[in-house]
Structure formats: C-alpha cells, structure tokens
Design a protein around this ligand. Structure first.
Ligand code: BYC
Length: 325
C-alpha cells in the first residue's frame, strides 16, 4: 500500500500543487494527513518518523536490562516508568507515521528485514548501574536537543507527537542526571563508575545527531521542507555547549583532550566522533546490533497470536455490523 501511494502521488505531482505546497511551508502552516504533499515529503517523513519510532521501542532494551537490578525500590519505580514512557513514545510515533499511509505492521517488517534503521546509540551495551545515569543524562539529553525543535516541524501529526514526547524526555534527562549526581558525589568507587559510563557514552551520544553536515544526505531537502529544523552539526554543537558545564559540576572529565572553550566562536571546540565506527554500527556491526534485532524478532514472533486474535475479533465485529445494516 505504501509503495502504491508513493507511486500514485509521484505521477500526480504537478507544478501548481508543488508551488502551493511550498508556499504553505514558507508561511509556517502545518501540513495535515489529507492535504496534498509531494511524494518525497511523504517518503522522508515515513523514513524519519519510522526510524524514530523504532528507536523508542529498541531503546527500551538497554534500560530494561537494569530494571531487575535497580539499587532501590524508588530507583526501580522511576526506571520502570521511564521505560514505559519509551513504549508510549513509540506508539505516538507509529500513529503519526500511519497517517501517511503506511501501516504499523509494514513499518515493523521493514525494521525486521533491515530496510529501516533505529538509532545507532542503542547498539552499545549498558554494563553498570552508572550507565542508567549516563543514558538518561546524555542519550535523553541528546534526544531532547534534537526533539525540541521538531515540535515545530511542518507535518501536523509529527509536531503534535513531539510536543507530548518532549514533556516526558525532560523528566528522563533529569532522572539520569540525578543518578549521575548520586554516583559522582558518592564513594570513590561510585565516582569511578560514573566516569567510566561518561567515557563510554560520550562519543556514541555525539553520533546520535547523525553524520557531519558534509556527509548528511537528507539535511538540505528536509530543512527546506521544515521536516528538520537544524543541521546535525548545529545540534551537536549545542549539545556539547550545554553538557560540558554539567560534567564539570559533577567533577567528571569529558573524554576529549582537545575540548576547550573558544572565546571567539562562543562555543566549545571538540573532537569529532570516529565516523568509521558510526558507519560500521549502521551497517550492523556494533557491539549489540545482533542482540537488539534478535530481541525484536522474538517479540514480533511471540506476539503473533495476539495480533491474530485482535484481527479475528475486528473481523467478527465488522461482519456483525454488516449483518445488522
Ligand atoms: N543512527 O542524511 P542524514 C530516542 C542515518 S533518540 C542511525 O543526516 P537525516 C530515545 C540516516 O537515517 C533517537 N542512523 O539523515 C532516546 C540516513 O540513512 P538512510 C531517535 C542514523 O534523517 C532515549 C543516513 O544516516 N531520534 O529515540 O536527515 C531513550 C544519513 O544521515 C543516525 C530520532 O530519530 C543515527 N544516529 O538525519 C529512548 C529523531 N544518524 O535513512 C529513545 C528524529 C543518521 O538514508 N530523527 N542516520 O538510510 C532525526 O532528527 C534525523 O533522522 C537524524 C538523521 C538527525 C537522526
């Protein structure tokens, strides 16, 4: 259905419709599901929203790993709530993508057969409790940096989903920083764990913003359509500028010997992540890619009977309605 939709719209594209669409974007209007849109706009949104939805769902796995081992009942309750929020974010985003004519099943199948991606960050392991702090502080922190501007994205359902998501992400970032404070101001051993978590998550967090602007394939068109509001490098710089003082407050060292404040630019200078590692993780060769995909494959297979049951119920209700008419 999705392929057909792109096809029919591509043939229907005409210059007048395109000009009217672009004028609406320029005027800051929201595009709604039933409005005409270029096939490329629809395709880019499905790619980006779908990838984001998958990231929320796969993103439950590294933290889910620590629910049974949280150090206190209170920490466990907070972590449980956060992981449940991620599931909710995935659902808002799948719903937003569905308004573009792709079904949730199709999106999931594209994830499972490798046609769609999820964020590179979730291919790194969570080895200690301090990693729960680093994930909340850095990973949710990077997510907020990227997602706050997306609240103003041009596609209405995506924008509205982002408004709800951002409210919860702020709590996620705060709970991560709270864990980091506890560890960094705790015993020397706890502080070492906090530093080790920062060392391992710093560069993967920087990679979340995507390749450098020189390498980004989609940024120019996505920004022209206001699907993306900032370039990858702009958001990465903003993240570094906000996060470095937070690390200083914790008494932790950002693992970058070249990090320094540049008075002239009014920003920190910092070392780029190892981009060969990033592209390698995207190809499926990160430390946890195989585990994450296996977990999703298993969940999809084990949920088949639930989907079958729901479909049978829906068909029965529809048949009853037809019979009653
Ligand atoms: N990981 O042209 P570019 C979260 C791909 S947070 C994997 O710059 P674009 C959460 C990109 O898809 C994470 N792939 O692309 C947090 C493209 O490949 P394709 C989710 C990446 O789309 C805490 C290629 O590289 N957030 O969910 O203009 C707890 C070239 O890149 C990555 C979002 O998804 C990456 N890091 O910009 C739980 C936010 N970066 O598709 C959950 C919405 C790039 O051509 N997404 N690629 O094969 C975006 O803002 C943009 O899609 C990106 C990339 C900034 C990520």
């Amino acid at each position: 259905m999705y392929a057909q939709m792109i096809q029919s719209e591509a043939t229907a594209e005409d210059p007048d419709k395109l000009a009217a669409f672009e004028a609406r974007i320029a005027a800051g209007e929201k595009i709604e599901p039933k409005d005409w849109m270029p096939a490329g706009y629809r395709k880019t949104l499905i790619r980006q929203i779908g990838q984001h939805a998958h990231s929320e769902i796969v993103g439950q796995l590294p933290e889910g790993n620590w629910i049974t081992r949280a150090p206190t009942l209170e920490r466990k309750a907070i972590l449980l709530a956060k992981v449940q929020d991620e599931a909710g974010h995935g659902l808002y985003l799948y719903c937003a993508a569905e308004t573009l004519g792709v079904s949730r099943d199709e999106l999931t199948e594209m994830l499972l057969d490798g046609r769609m991606k999820y964020s590179s960050i979730f291919n790194y392991p969570t080895l200690t409790w301090a990693d729960m702090g680093a994930v909340g502080w850095l990973v949710d922190g990077a997510a907020i940096m990227n997602q706050v501007p997306l609240q103003r994205t041009s596609y209405g359902p995506y924008s509205r989903a982002m408004i709800r998501i951002c409210k919860e992400e702020s709590f996620h970032q705060r709970q991560g920083y709270d864990i980091m404070m506890k560890m960094a101001f705790g015993t020397p051993a706890q502080k070492r764990m906090a530093q080790d978590a920062l060392n391992r998550f710093w560069y993967p967090a920087l990679m979340m913003f995507g390749p450098s602007d020189k390498e980004s394939v989609h940024s120019a068109q996505s920004m022209a359509w206001k699907i993306k509001m900032n370039t990858n490098d702009e958001l990465r710089q903003k993240f570094v500028d906000e996060t470095v003082p937070q690390a200083e407050y914790l008494g932790l060292t950002v693992p970058d010997p070249d990090l320094k404040w540049n008075e002239e630019r009014g920003h920190y200078d910092f070392s780029e992540p190892d981009w060969s590692e990033f592209f390698d993780v995207l190809k499926g060769n990160g430390p946890c890619n195989a585990d994450r995909m296996e977990a999703r494959q298993q969940a999809w297979a084990e949920g088949q009977w639930v989907r079958d049951g729901l479909m049978a119920h829906a068909r029965k209700r529809a048949a009853r309605r037809v019979a009653a008419e």
